[in-house]
Write a new protein. Structure first.
Length: 545
């Protein structure tokens, strides 16, 4: 495939198949389709409108909305006008929104589907021009449909250059302020074209978009891959309609984060308890029919590429999905390389690893055990932060901050995060990620965080799964103690977990315990539960908050 830039690829589809549907958006349970020609017309009108509002090439424009067809249209309009997109997480805090908009000096912002609008309104600086998408959203001076009516399509589109900054993606950050990852037009398309070619994605494929488009993985795997392949993208209307929308779309390519794969599993087990499901799956013919019914019920019966990323997924969960005929391909990447890293290809999945390098990507492990990447998908740097850029990009290599190992087959295993490793009072270092992964195999556990800096032995904070909250405490306690005992037998003496603390409240984005990309904020959890941990009798293996 010859290398193209995003607007070149888009123009190709507009010319080749103008009346073919690219985007499908449900509104009030009715699907509305946008063809390549219609997307082009709307994007060009919005580009003209942004120029009329005083936006000049190189200016930054924010995108603040849940996923919808208009998100794609606005992103293309920003490109056509020669501007730089700055996506915001729909779940971002008011302080975070204010920081990003000021740091990037955004001239305008597209506002779309959002929750908790009252608390977000004051977060947008007064000087930022607001453009409302055609949904109930924050107050705005300009409105989508009016701008489309009032402005003619842009005749001469901006001519993209390979190294120009296309987008600034602010990392959600587990600590400190988010950093603005600058990605070039070439970097973003290099990643997408490499993935489409490797996975043999074509015009007949169907995507389902629902994870935040502000996250590099969804932008890469859905928006840019579909742009490269000419494939159709359908969107979820709301959280309430998600399951029904997914069943209607029946995508051929589907991406979810581990927490959602866990939720899908829990939904199945609520209807069909694990013991009964295991028994049925073990019966010839019957097992196949049951598995097929589950896949159809999830809306994944046509899926040929299933992807998990953004956080580690328990091996036991991957094995459970394989039993019902769904092979999940775990991958690993970062915002800093537009999520273009390693991947378990369909038919070549090695459980417990995050796969082999994608085409055109070099991978190595340095003397400290850190995972390093080099490819044309790497960021240009962090916006207005040369010091952090110099720390992360060295001699052309991206220093990920993750520790890993490469096996004889070239498959990468992530063994922990360099900054997460802590030292106990005995002077022993512990990498929490592998131990957390073993505990998370329990279907009673939603999330787990291992702590132990300065303690004699590590301790695990546990958030229960919804099903565990409804089950008898004695049953859950017995199972958790069984898991803990079996795990401690396999751990080194200094790694053995003294106690489990089952916490009362869920860890959420709103209470600051998780990032917008669903990663736990370890430092926040340690501080939040410091008093409770200090008061524990660690001779008791299980505590309930």
């Amino acid at each position: 495939m010859t290398e193209q830039l995003p607007l070149q690829r888009f123009a190709q589809w507009v010319a080749q198949k103008p009346d073919t549907v690219w985007l499908r958006q449900p509104r009030e349970r009715v699907w509305h389709a946008l063809t390549w020609r219609e997307v082009d017309d709307q994007a060009r009108r919005l580009a003209t409108a942004m120029h009329a509002l005083g936006c000049e090439p190189g200016d930054r424009v924010a995108l603040f909305s849940k996923n919808c067809a208009e998100w794609f249209v606005a992103d293309l309009a920003i490109m056509l006008a020669g501007l730089v997109s700055v996506p915001l997480y729909p779940t971002q805090s008011a302080d975070g929104i204010d920081y990003v908009l000021r740091h990037a000096a955004c001239k305008a912002i597209f506002l779309g589907k959002l929750d908790g609008q009252d608390k977000l309104d004051s977060a947008i600086p007064a000087e930022v021009k607001r453009i409302a998408m055609p949904y109930p959203t924050l107050p705005a001076q300009y409105h989508w449909d009016e701008l489309l009516r009032e402005h003619a399509p842009l005749v001469v589109a901006h001519e993209q250059q390979p190294e120009e900054i296309l987008s600034i993606l602010y990392t959600s950050g587990t600590t400190g302020q988010p950093k603005g990852v600058m990605l070039s037009a070439r970097a973003m398309m290099f990643a997408a074209q490499g993935a489409v070619g490797e996975q043999q994605i074509g015009e007949d494929d169907q995507y389902f978009s629902y994870l935040p488009l502000s996250h590099a993985a969804e932008r890469f795997l859905v928006e840019f891959e579909s742009l490269c392949a000419g494939a159709t993208v359908s969107f979820a209307e709301s959280l309430e309609t998600f399951a029904d929308d997914l069943r209607q779309v029946r995508p051929t390519v589907f991406f979810a984060v581990p927490r959602l794969w866990t939720r899908f599993q829990q939904g199945v087990l609520e209807k069909l308890p694990a013991a009964k499901l295991d028994r049925l799956l073990g019966i010839p013919l019957v097992g196949g029919l049951v598995a097929r019914k589950i896949r159809r019920g999830l809306g994944l019966d046509r899926a040929r590429i299933l992807v998990s990323g953004a956080a580690p997924i328990p091996r036991a969960l991957l094995e459970w999905y394989q039993r019902i005929g769904l092979v999940i391909c775990e991958g690993y990447g970062m915002t800093e390389n537009f999520a273009y890293g390693t991947f378990n290809r369909p038919g070549q999945v090695h459980l417990g690893t995050v796969g082999r390098p994608m085409p055109g990507l070099e991978l190595r492990i340095d003397d400290s055990g850190e995972v390093l990447f080099r490819s044309r998908a790497l960021m240009t740097g962090y916006y207005l932060d040369p010091e952090k850029t110099a720390e992360t990009l060295r001699d052309g290599w991206l220093h990920t901050g993750d520790k890993g190992e490469i096996d004889a087959g070239g498959y990468l295993t992530i063994t922990g995060r360099l900054k997460d490793i802590f030292k106990t009072s005995k002077g022993k270092y512990i990498a929490p990620a592998p131990i957390e992964g073993e505990l998370a195999k329990s279907t009673w556990i939603e999330q787990v965080c291992l702590i132990g800096s300065g303690m004699d032995q590590p301790l695990a904070l546990v958030e229960l799964a919804p099903s565990a909250r409804e089950a008898a405490r004695e049953q859950v306690a017995g199972d958790l103690l069984g898991v803990l005992g079996a795990l401690n037998e396999r751990l080194l003496p200094h790694e053995r977990i003294s106690s489990l603390l089952v916490v009362r409240d869920a860890w959420t984005i709103d209470n600051g315990c998780m990032t917008p990309t669903m990663k736990i904020r370890r430092n926040v959890l340690e501080a939040r539960f410091a008093d409770a941990v200090a008061a524990l009798d660690v001779r008791q293996p299980l505590h309930w908050q």
